[in-house]
Design a protein around this ligand. Structure first.
Ligand SMILES: [Zn+2]
Length: 488
């Protein structure tokens, strides 16, 4: 029996509006002392009235448009009833049958993933379980934060695609600047539902919903685990016969049974009587659509075409809005520089430049910056100059590491650092010969291995030369000289 996974995602995105969804409270409460950004409305006191946040609604429409959703001209809010300590009213204001967006889609790895709906609701309070005091504290700062829920159709066929769908949504939300969409901080949350079906079959079987997925890795791991678990159930003739909810235990790497999943009628949805229906004019929606920025998919394609980044580099560079912005500034400097020097040659082709710049941005600069691009002391101009120095062979990659770290510390021009630190690459055979003969003398064993035909033995010798010259030696010149001197 060949079984195929059928996966759908339910994603929650916290919007970073100034105030909360239905009251004027500060919406940055999660960074503030607990229970300080609250008022009678978000504490659910009787007799208070919710007033919808206009910006949150506009951002929901904005996001729905970015996901190619249809925008109904009339929507409404509903009450979703359930009892939980983090929900003071005993119901959540959400949207049931008239969401702000429906029937959208996005492309992941060239496959269309349909979006069933996008709606707006209020976040619940946060429960802090204190093991020391043996009690649970409720922090209401988060209660009433605008929360956007995006539900995909079960069009996802693998855990990897599920992870990539989530990554793409993060990139979209960041490019729209409506959310930080940081999974670790809970700005972006995901529940995944999964069932298996026989290959070729169109029947959807009862799904298992997995909760408590706090990272991209957790989403992929939990789905992989659940596929194996359900495959075994099918083999044993015990395929899931009803929907249920399981929680992901990240430490143990397993999903655990929580409860049978509620269906809509358990929530006793009814229209929120305190908020009139929200109506839009076509002109309003068109006006919002006009302000849509370039989306990650368009940006990736443009980066590939305009700057000659490879597809995979373009993907990595555009995952983070701030990195993409920085990369763009660096490339425009580099292209201007390239135009100012002579004709393109094989050595200095646009592709080679893009490859080198991407490598230094993705593998060297980004890990050092750790997502804090706002306080980065290296200007795009200086970084572009740095890349050009490597391209021209004025410094080696090894010395480049040192130069880049100094640039981050001091914010100075790379040329100044190269001069004061004496890091310029040298091709000078006279100067290098001295170092090479020292290295030969100190590594007799490796040298004799090389003489005996172990060609790989040249690598540690080059490494020793680079170390002695603090990366100044031109590796090609050094290697030639080394081979020449060994065979003499
Ligand atoms: Zn409030």
């Amino acid at each position: 029996m060949n079984l195929k996974p059928v996966i759908g995602l339910e994603i929650h995105v916290q919007l970073k509006t100034n105030s909360k969804m239905f009251c004027a409270c500060d919406n940055s409460g999660e960074e503030k002392p607990i229970n300080t950004t609250v008022c009678p409305v978000c504490l659910g006191h009787p007799g208070t009235l919710p007033v919808p946040n206009k910006t949150a609604i506009e951002w929901a429409i904005f996001s729905a448009l970015a996901l190619s959703c249809e925008i109904p001209l009339e929507s409404k809010f509903d009450r979703k009833h359930y009892f939980y300590p983090d929900l003071p009213k005993g119901y959540q204001i959400s949207q049931y049958d008239e969401p702000f967006g429906k029937n959208g889609f996005l492309f992941i790895e060239d496959k269309k993933i349909r979006i069933n709906r996008l709606h707006l609701e209020e976040d619940a309070a946060k429960l802090l379980h204190s093991k020391v005091q043996g009690c649970t504290i409720i922090d209401f700062n988060r209660a009433g934060t605008p929360l956007m829920e995006i539900v995909t159709e079960p069009d996802i066929e693998s855990p990897e695609t599920a992870g990539n769908t989530l990554r793409e949504l993060r990139a979209i939300m960041r490019s729209l600047q409506v959310s930080e969409a940081d999974m670790e901080k809970g700005h972006l949350r995901c529940d995944a539902n999964i069932s298996l079906k026989k290959e070729g079959s169109r029947v959807l079987n009862p799904k298992i919903e997995i909760k408590n997925l706090n990272s991209f890795r957790a989403v992929e791991r939990a789905l992989n685990y659940e596929i194996k678990r359900q495959e075994q159930l099918w083999k044993d003739g015990k395929a899931p016969s009803h929907q249920s909810t399981r929680g992901w235990n990240d430490e143990r790497g397993i999903t655990e049974e929580q409860r049978e999943k509620e269906s809509a009628h358990d929530y006793r949805y009814f229209p929120e009587p305190d908020i009139p229906p929200i109506k839009f004019k076509i002109a309003d929606i068109r006006a919002i659509k006009k302000t849509l920025p370039e989306l990650p998919k368009q940006k990736r394609e443009r980066f590939h075409k305009q700057y000659e980044f490879s597809i995979s580099d373009a993907n990595l560079l555009t995952r983070d809005y701030a990195l993409a912005d920085y990369a763009e500034k660096v490339m425009s400097e580099l292209l201007a520089w390239m135009e100012s020097i002579e004709q393109e040659s094989e050595e200095n082709s646009g592709q080679r430049l893009a490859k080198l710049a991407a490598n230094w941005l993705i593998n060297n600069l980004a890990p050092l910056v750790k997502n804090d691009w706002k306080t980065l002391s290296v200007s795009p101009e200086n970084f572009a100059e740095f890349v050009s120095l490597i391209l021209e062979g004025k410094i080696s990659s090894r010395a480049g590491q040192t130069v880049l770290q100094k640039m981050l510390l001091t914010g100075t021009d790379p040329v100044d650092i190269i001069q004061t630190e004496n890091l310029a690459q040298t091709h000078d055979e006279g100067e290098l010969a001295e170092v090479v003969s020292k290295v030969i003398a100190e590594n007799q064993k490796v040298v004799s291995d090389f003489r005996a035909g172990k060609t790989n033995a040249v690598k540690p010798l080059i490494g020793a030369i680079m170390k002695k010259t603090k990366g100044r030696a031109n590796p090609k010149v050094a290697e030639e000289l080394l081979k020449k001197m060994i065979s003499e």
